[in-house]
Ligand binder design. Sequence first.
Ligand code: GLY
Length: 592
Amino acid sequence: MSLRGSGVGLWWTLALLVAPGAHAFSDADAVRVFTFARAQLADTTAEMPSVNRSPKASLSNGTWTTVANTDRIAWTQGFFPGSMWFMYQVASEPVWRDRADLWTRPLEVQKTNTETHDLGFKMFLSYGNAWRLTGNTYYRDVLLTSAGSLATRYNSTIGIIDCCDWNPNWDIPLVTDTMVDIELLLWGAQNGGPAVWRTMAVNHALKTLADAVRPDGSSYHYVDYRANGTIRSRGTFQGYSSTSTWARGQAWLIYGYTMVYRYTGDARFLDAARKVTDYYLANLPADRVPNWDFNAPSQSKDSSAAAIVASALLELSALETDAARRTTYRDAALGMLDSLVSPAYFAQGTNSPGLLLHGVGNFPAGQEINVSLIYGDYYFLEALLRFNPRPNYPWYSKLDFYRSQHLLGTTNTGIRNVEFDLTPLADNLNGGVVGWTDSSTEVTSFTRLNMAVRMSPEGIFQVRNGGGYSWIRRVPYVRGQTYHFRMRVDLNARRYTVWVTPPGAAELLLVDNVAFRSDAPAINDLGRAAVISTVVDSDFRVNNHRVLAPTLAPGVAQAVEAAPPVPLPEALWRELDAPERVSTGPAGPSER
Ligand code: GLY
């Protein structure tokens, strides 16, 4: 009997088990993870021998095993570029877009690979995130070719995507993992590909539900079919036994059915997602991170399964039609994230090159046991972005112009209000600036900035005005204090007015209707902000940067570049002040 069908009593037992409302997961936790991820991923870019290899599992010496971009059967190459695309999503820094792109493009060689069911993992997480975040049609076109390749593996007699030619023990198998790969087909059918791709994905999902999911919601890892569609065998490849449930295999089902429901709105898939989720939640240990297999006597936690499910349940809770389940699934996801950000699982302070400790790659094969896994890290970041798509990540000043930049888009034209909080983190900032220019202008020197708020070597705030600097009154800046800035920018008149509010004081006019820098390039939009140090990286920071469109009602503005709302405690900001360790971007000249 399925959990869902077993009546109200069992459902409420499950609800009580997973929904005590005791989770504490917060924006501050998300920012802490992204701050750490920034340094870990930057280090990993430096560690990779080339853009043709990507990390997979941690080694005890603090490095990664790597996989070649050309490996046709390997499934993990998309996770590293995908994680870097997530970093680009966090703060719109070109450095992360460029790093992500560097590891995405070498995977184009896979787009015609018809030997694997795992093209979804490889391509959708790399090229799919690239397309989502940039709208560059190159990425879309590669994805569509890839979807066509995956579609060649569809067996129309059985109604499945055939998984694994490499295994001589199987004839025509499916594995639960493929439930995630088929997003490539569903996306493709919605984005210019043939409608039959959607039918293939739907049929595959239904066949997996019929044959790999047991009545109680647990699962076989694989089902192997004869050519006529009858089942040859079913069991496990990476789990403990043919009657057990491999934790990550179950996680792929939870993620997959939730995703298919998102694309189709078909209630059969919501029911399937509930069924596999309810089994998973009812069998979790207290810390909500499962053993590698729910039924194995050997104990080794798999944090990657927890990260996949946390991400899936944040989506499932958003799609749920039943209010009680919505709450249960969201609380369960946040409880999982609470565990994953605790010292028991979070890799900060260890020698791991990844984000999460205690993942299991393939226990029966004795491979990758109790390690960090690039895919666990990817879904961990995805879960955080599902929790808050644009976390209140601080912008730290950078010495090189390339790394100092944040993209604001092309829509901020005409008259705009800009607001932000600026905190000096050192006594002498020697002319560090927050500056703005056009979306199409790469900032390679101070002269590229049309307007700038500057911290002068004498210790006061100034504003760039034409050929020099202006201020109406001397407002000193003090290390560790946060100053709120408000600017009114008229891009057509090329003039701006700046007010500053020191802590505990009234707002002061700093400059009134002064000219843009006279030797800066023409500006059509307010598309790029740069946060530039002149002494060391991270000697000041900017929070809550917002560009606002003035509305007709005086004193009311409409957010354009939306700012995440929750300010963090000062103690936490200090913890976050560690500078990033690696730069791969071109350094700008140090011209002032
Ligand atoms: N797709 C293979 C795994 O989950 O290990």
